[in-house]
Design a protein around this ligand. Structure first.
Ligand code: 4NP
Length: 158
């Protein structure tokens, strides 16, 4: 997608304790398995800063660990420099997407913002990765299923 050595991807959700750190962990594992560690740099961030410094939600950590993903990211809020530092900014849902579009400081940085569901085809009727925070176990499993498919497809396209 560009001539640089590495592609930097930022995954964004609301709290940065469920969906986006899971996306980061899943994508990192797929990159590691493909031997592409030198080609990508990943991070995640949230549009709500109230969980800053926290590990991912314990429910997400447990569900992810069962699939072999160890989530150790510390939540942090999106910051203006992210729009310059990253090549692709991946929003988990419509609200995240529109909020990021409003925050983007330049039209070039606005063009970096995509939806996670642009890469997910196997879940008809879902136009966003749903917030699992107030859901039960099935909500977390659904998010992980969607993110595994989306990360596979994103890596394939890159
Ligand atoms: P996430 O889930 O956006 O996938 O990290 C949420 C976590 C916390 C809150 C909302 C969503 N919250 O409002 O505290």
């Amino acid at each position: 997608m560009n001539n640089k050595e590495t592609t930097k991807i930022l995954f964004v959700c609301l709290g940065n304790i469920c969906r986006s750190p899971a996306a980061q962990g899943i994508m990192q594992k797929k990159i590691d398995q493909a031997g592409l560690q030198d080609k990508f740099e990943l991070d995640s961030a949230g549009l709500y800063g109230g969980h800053a410094g926290e590990l991912p939600d314990h429910r997400m950590r447990i569900h992810a660990q069962r699939r072999g993903y160890i989530l150790e990211h510390r939540s942090r809020p999106v910051k203006e420099s992210d729009f310059f530092d990253f090549d692709i900014i991946v929003a988990m849902d419509d609200s995240n997407y529109h909020q990021l579009k409003r925050l983007a400081p330049t039209s070039e940085s606005e063009g970096k913002i995509v939806r996670m569901t642009d890469y997910i085809t196997g879940f008809p009727g879902y136009h966003s990765v749903p917030d699992p925070y107030y859901e039960g176990a099935s909500g977390f499993e659904l998010v992980l299923d969607m993110l595994e498919e989306g990360c596979d497809e994103m890596l394939r396209r890159l």
